[in-house]
Design a protein around this ligand. Structure first.
Ligand code: MG
Length: 448
């Protein structure tokens, strides 16, 4: 399997494309780019993590960087600690929701975000040309270890809600951490909120108990556990704990789109104002904004965490996220964070004195459909142009592919940044309308 390189980092298969030599050279490249500054390094729980961490840290040290190792930490905790240390950058060793044979190396800016595309390219260029600036012996330092990330990150998440209000409710919560990097932080957060925690797949040992992506088909055991323990709610983290999926008190998987919607429901009331979401995210948040009224509205951004954050900053948003279960609260950090998702969802339940299924009932229901097909990169541009002109009379947003909004739903067509494929995402009130939106766009694409 070939190495995948993108702004969000490098991913490869262990024993094939993801090797310690690669990790060491990427460490040299990133250290060269940072000019030997301070770097915070963390990893998820994959068995390949320690091997890659040692190699990567060697590369960073070779360029004279001051390295702080967190060892196992969630992606949002690494980003948090980069800012707390005032570091020049960070690195997370994770392949997020990819299966365990994969691992990845993700660079972070001093804010804990993915570097802008031009900077990412320049780091990769240094890697390819091996133009490393290696330090002399006087500049070499030993790495330091910081064990305070769990505590610091949890404290920050507690700071955005009213823990006493939640604690009064004595919620029984099933947490599935998939034996991933969010295990310790997730348990600590819920315990501090006075929850009775039934923690499944709770060992940060990287043995993923099910396919990691937190989708319905992968979370049947969590749904069963919620029913069995008569819990108020079930939470599922992905292996690096930036995404969160929710199961209601009846053991129904309610879908990752609802994580953002439920948190937005709370935020629109508690902190009225605009929020940001990417173009592929459900219309539920727009409905909630309209119902909340006043300054509440949804700003749409290009797909990708850094793009959502840029839109949040440009529009003064206090909250944002993506429909994949990734919610962002800048009070904790400008990154997707499953701890923020859990904290805001429980706060919503507590303040409304309502069960999670009751709250879901209040949100207009939609059907979503996703399709992808192969398409060469030059043809992608022609397909997008054809779609744009076919719907020229409609409400169009073309900051990232083309999204067309109709009364009954919307369709978003975009080319992938990493593969020669086009994705079509549609949402409508009925399956028939949704299928028709996808089919109409597909017909236009096939005619190009
Ligand atoms: Mg992830």
């Amino acid at each position: 399997m070939a190495l995948m390189m993108s702004v969000s980092g490098v991913r490869g298969v262990i024993g094939e494309s993801m090797t310690p030599v690669l990790a060491a050279e990427l460490g040299c490249a990133f250290g060269t780019y940072l000019g030997g500054g301070k770097v915070v390094v963390g990893r998820d729980t994959r068995p390949s993590g320690p091997m890659l961490q040692r190699a990567l840290v060697s590369g960073l040290l070779a360029t004279g960087c001051e390295v702080v190792e967190l060892n196992i930490a969630s992606t949002p905790a690494v980003a948090f600690m980069v800012r707390r240390h005032g570091a020049a950058g960070g690195v997370v060793i994770t392949a997020s929701h990819n299966p365990v044979i994969w691992n990845g190396i993700k660079f972070l800016t001093d804010e804990g975000l993915a570097p802008p595309p031009d900077r990412a390219q320049s780091i990769f260029e240094t890697y390819r040309t091996k133009a490393f600036k290696l330090a002399g012996v006087d500049a070499l330092r030993a790495p330091a270890v910081d064990k305070s990330a769990d505590e610091a990150h949890v404290e920050a998440a507690l700071g955005i809600i009213y823990p006493d209000q939640i604690a009064e409710k004595r919620y029984r919560v099933v947490l599935d951490s998939i034996n991933g990097a969010g295990s310790t932080e997730g348990k600590l957060l819920l315990s501090r909120l006075g929850c009775e925690v039934i923690h499944v797949n709770a060992e940060p040992n990287g043995r993923f108990a099910h396919t990691p992506e937190p989708t319905a088909e992968n979370l049947t055991s969590l749904c069963e556990a919620v029913r069995k323990h008569k819990a108020h709610i079930g939470f599922a983290q992905d292996p690096d704990a930036d995404r969160l999926a929710i199961v209601d008190e009846h053991g129904n998987y309610i879908g990752e789109e609802y994580t953002l919607a439920l948190c937005a429901m709370y935020m629109f009331k508690a902190h009225p104002g605009p929020i940001a979401a990417n173009l592929s995210t459900s219309r539920m948040v727009d409905d909630l904004a309209a119902a909340a009224g006043g300054p509440c509205r949804v700003v749409r951004s290009a797909v990708g965490e850094a793009n959502v954050v840029a839109a949040m900053r440009a529009n003064g948003c206090r909250f944002g996220g993506e429909g994949n279960g990734g919610v962002i609260d800048p009070r904790v950090g400008p990154v997707r964070d499953s701890l923020v998702g859990m904290a805001l969802t429980l706060q919503l339940m507590a303040i409304r004195n309502a069960g999670i299924s009751q709250l879901v009932e209040k949100i207009p229901r939609y059907v979503m459909s996703k399709q992808k097909f192969e398409c060469s990169s030059d043809r992608i541009a022609r397909v997008l142009a054809a779609v744009r002109s076919a719907y020229a009379q409609e409400k169009i947003n073309d900051i990232d592919g083309v999204r067309i909004d109709f009364a009954e739903g919307w369709v978003h067509v975009r080319g992938s940044n990493t593969e020669p494929i086009i994705r079509i995402i549609a949402e409508a009130k009925t399956q028939a309308d949704c299928d028709r939106l996808v089919a109409d766009v597909r017909r236009i694409a096939d005619g190009v």
